[in-house]
Design a protein around this ligand. Structure first.
Ligand code: AMP
Length: 213
């Protein structure tokens, strides 16, 4: 099954995508993680993308569409995949259609801006493996280092409150119209993304299992 997770930054797309990935054994593909890794490695794509991510702006469509085209060609996508953070604009959604990629389900995690701002200030990430935690809602075992590899957790530069406000504005103006794009297809499902991680996962699994029937 090919699934898209939509939602504002910090709505929980990454967390839910990872859980779905483990349960259904399909890869979770995060364009944000791919871009962060390219920035860390200093690749030409990373150097070009850095100015946008630092400002809380979107990386140009042609760059992210290129990333996704390459990634979806990998063998592990043949039985399905989860897109976390792509598409983020209507032209990106149109590009998936143009590639002949069939999307079965678009799950939008609905969370208010105030909750997002509160969540993002507590988010901590592992720079090494990309794992994401929250100081209150989903802490690592010792609250400071990654459970998977022991790396010290950090606050992402684009999770700083002033950048988060810009990212929310970008979400409302450029990404939310994607909901209209998929609304007529019957594939769009909205979920209240507030509550415990497991509680929200149960709703997500219910939708996925219902779709497969
Ligand atoms: P994320 O980890 O999904 O919040 O993404 C972090 C940053 O990467 C975003 O704020 C954008 O600058 C960039 N990015 C990730 N995915 C996309 C996308 N599909 N289109 C444009 N920019 C993106």
């Amino acid at each position: 099954m090919n699934i898209i997770f939509l939602g504002a930054p910090g709505a929980g797309k990454g967390t839910q995508a990872e859980k779905v990935s483990e349960k259904y054994n399909i890869p979770a593909i995060s364009t944000g993680a791919i871009i962060r890794s390219a920035i860390k490695n200093g690749s030409p794509m990373g150097l070009a993308a850095k100015q946008y991510t630092d400002a809380g702006a979107l990386v140009p469509d042609e760059v992210v569409i290129g990333i996704i085209k390459e990634r979806l060609a990998f063998e592990d996508c043949q039985n399905g995949f989860i897109l976390d953070g792509f598409p983020r604009t209507v032209p990106q959604a149109q590009a998936l259609d143009a590639m002949g990629v069939c999307i079965d389900l678009v799950i939008s995690l609905e969370v208010s801006d105030e909750t997002i701002i509160e969540r993002m200030s507590g988010r901590r990430v592992c720079d090494k493996c990309g794992a994401s935690y929250h100081v209150l809602y989903n802490p690592s075992a010792d609250g400071k280092t990654c459970d998977k590899d022991g790396t010290t957790l950090t606050l992402r530069r684009d999770d700083q409150p002033e950048v988060v406000k810009d990212r929310l504005l970008t979400y409302h103006t450029q990404t939310e119209p994607i909901k209209d794009y998929y609304a007529g297809t019957g594939k769009l499902k909205l979920i209240e993304g507030v509550g415990g991680v497991e509680e929200i996962s149960a709703l997500v699994y219910g939708i996925i299992d219902g779709q497969g029937e």
